[in-house]
Design a protein around this ligand. Sequence first.
Ligand SMILES: C[S@@+](CC[C@H](N)C(=O)[O-])C[C@H]1O[C@@H](n2cnc3c(N)ncnc32)[C@H](O)[C@@H]1O
Length: 254
Amino acid sequence: MHRDVTGMNTYNYGEALYWDARYIQEAAAGSFDWYQRYSALRPFVRKYVPTSSRILMVGCGNAVMSEDMVKDGYEEIINIDISSVAIDMMRRKYEHLPQLEYMQMDVRDMSFFVDESFDSVIDKGTLDSLMCGAGAPISAAQMLGEVSRLLKPGGIYMLITYGDPTVRIPHLRRPAYNWKIELYIIPKPGFQRPAGSASSGKSCLEPVPTTDKGLIHPDYVLEDPDSHFIYVCKKMDEATDLPHTSNPFTDDIS
Ligand SMILES: C[S@@+](CC[C@H](N)C(=O)[O-])C[C@H]1O[C@@H](n2cnc3c(N)ncnc32)[C@H](O)[C@@H]1O
């Protein structure tokens, strides 16, 4: 599932004003899940995120993903979004579901939460929004630094994005995070292989082979050019040598 974003000011994507206006305008339409529905993501979520996990859903919007996860047995999902309009709507909609909590918050500053307080952080399209906004590299580093801080050792940051490794790995492979990253690629919903073309035979449930730099191995055939990418980032137990700067999460970002 993908929305047409042509004609919109890209510098607004990380800001509340843009999203509030959008959620007001689209209120009648109800919910919308960007990129993929939970049914397609379920094999990955269930593989890496136990149902007893304390989960942070960053930039939840008005997606039904969290509701679907609760129906599938998940017990505690804290949902945050910069848009108070989206949060108010979702809080009302799900007041009968104690497993879901909704809070207005900027992913770049989640100081409300203490360090290492989540088993998993799930992000479907939110880093993407920041990457389209003004000051993208700084915003991305602030967000990812916060995600890293909030994850328990061994915790998982699952990023579902349209960004391939050439544009996402440089942000994810920063030594300060100490993440071990696995990559999966799934076709956009509705993708049909061109008539007569043979399947590569590979299951999208298998991690994609990557190079030392975290890029897709040159032998890998990407069947759908509009595929979505799932980065499963595991926070390793032992911190590697952190750079001796005042803020290792942002100081090397220009
Ligand atoms: C592309 S939408 C994805 C929504 C939802 N995750 C989904 O899969 O349908 C991006 C969401 O990120 C939120 N967002 C953008 N910038 C944010 C920020 N700085 N802090 C928190 N949420 C933000 C937007 O309000 C929007 O709901």
